[in-house]
Design a protein around this ligand. Structure first.
Ligand code: HMG
Ligand code: MG
Length: 313
């Protein structure tokens, strides 16, 4: 049955900005988070506590976390690959996240490239992270990259995904995020993978994270909705990519997902116009038009030249 309400996690500040070659100031990241909050986003993936040698774009993690307003009801999450990341995320009470995300992969090759260890080793690294996060009262989401295909290994089978789902469940990860890192998934393939996740996690704790590289993300979200899945990651202005997955473009744009869901009578709690403003803001910072089709269309309807919306801010 189709859900009547969908929760969207905007991952733009993290997944989007981790991939930008040009520097984005902490103040601009903070402003983006504030604009997402103003648009009604209740879940925002703000940053990651990873090695600054691997991803220099996220080196200002604590500064951004300290700088954001924390209105009640809004959950802020951060990525942590290991205990060092979790400890850094918890050092300053003023920078404390509501949730942490451990990120593994269904493909051995991608696991090595992205977090420098095998799938089995990654689970052993996550085990104490999950326990310590729980002890600190934090929810732990798990992300499983390359759940439909891998840039290094090619085909990834539902069996390979289910193995990692099962391992994440065994170490106590609360939520299972299935990620199509390189956007090669198509609806039936995605449903086959989601079925495996749903064997181990309840509907409320399964989500989809779809990069839109091949233009399939909205169709894949629709396919998940048909299964009752009602939790998705999306990225304002279609920002995103992964530095360790060459050619992977951004996540599905939050504006496009909201436009589709509202058109289907599915509530999100998000104000699309305010979200379009947030997308125009960050696109202006980056000096390019938003990737979101709905964002561009709505800006054009307002009489804002789309190039002007991306002309620096
Ligand atoms: P490593 O080099 O194997 O780590 O990296 P190590 O434990 O051997 O330590 C090496 C150095 O890194 C040491 O410093 C550590 O202190 C430091 P040194 O002594 O050389 O000065 N270090 C850290 N520094 C800060 N924070 C930490 C940390 N850990 C170690 N947490 C590591 C292993 C996991 C750290 C590295 O591979 C890494 O940071 N990888 C992150 C890559 C990344 O962020 N990728 C993008 C996010 S995932 C993604 O985008 C996919 C997703 O969107 C879903 C999808 O679309 O698929 C989630
Ligand atoms: Mg991603």
């Amino acid at each position: 049955m189709m859900p009547t309400h969908v929760t969207l996690v905007d991952v733009g500040p993290r997944d989007g900005l981790q991939n930008e070659a040009q520097p984005v100031a902490a103040a601009q990241k903070i402003e983006l988070v504030h604009r997402l909050q103003a648009a009604g986003l209740k879940e925002i993936e703000v940053t990651s506590y990873v090695s600054p040698k691997w991803v220099p774009q996220m080196a200002d993690n604590a500064e951004v976390m300290r700088g954001i307003r924390r209105p009640p009801g809004v959950r802020h999450s951060v990525l942590v690959p290991n205990m060092k990341g979790l400890e850094a995320a918890l050092t300053d009470p003023a920078a404390r996240p509501d949730e942490v995300v451990v990120f593994g992969a269904a493909s051995e090759a991608f696991s090595r490239r992205n977090i420098n260890c095998s799938v089995a080793e990654s689970i052993e690294r996550f085990r104490p992270v999950v326990a310590a996060a729980h002890e600190a009262g934090l929810k732990v989401r798990g992300a499983i990259s390359c759940a439909v295909g891998c840039p290094y290994q090619g085909e990834v089978t539902p069996d390979e995904v289910e193995l990692v789902v099962r391992l994440m469940k065994a170490i106590g990860v609360d939520h299972c995020g299935i990620a199509d890192t390189i956007g090669v998934g198509t609806p039936r393939r995605v449903q086959a993978v989601m079925e495996r996740a749903l064997k181990h996690y309840p509907l409320v704790e399964v989500s989809g994270h779809f990069h839109d590289t091949y233009g399939q993300a909205l169709a894949n979200i629709y396919a998940c909705l048909e299964m009752g899945i009602h939790h998705f990651d999306a990225s304002v202005a279609g920002l995103g990519g992964c530095p360790y997955a060459k050619g992977a473009t951004g996540n599905v744009a939050t504006e496009d997902v909201v436009f589709m869901l509202h058109g289907m009578g599915i509530a999100t709690g998000i104000d699309l116009d305010a979200l379009v403003d947030a997308g125009a803001y960050i696109s202006g910072v980056l000096g390019r038009p938003p990737v979101s089709r709905a964002g561009k269309a709505l800006l054009a309807k307002r009489g804002v030249a789309v190039e002007a919306a991306g002309a620096g801010a």
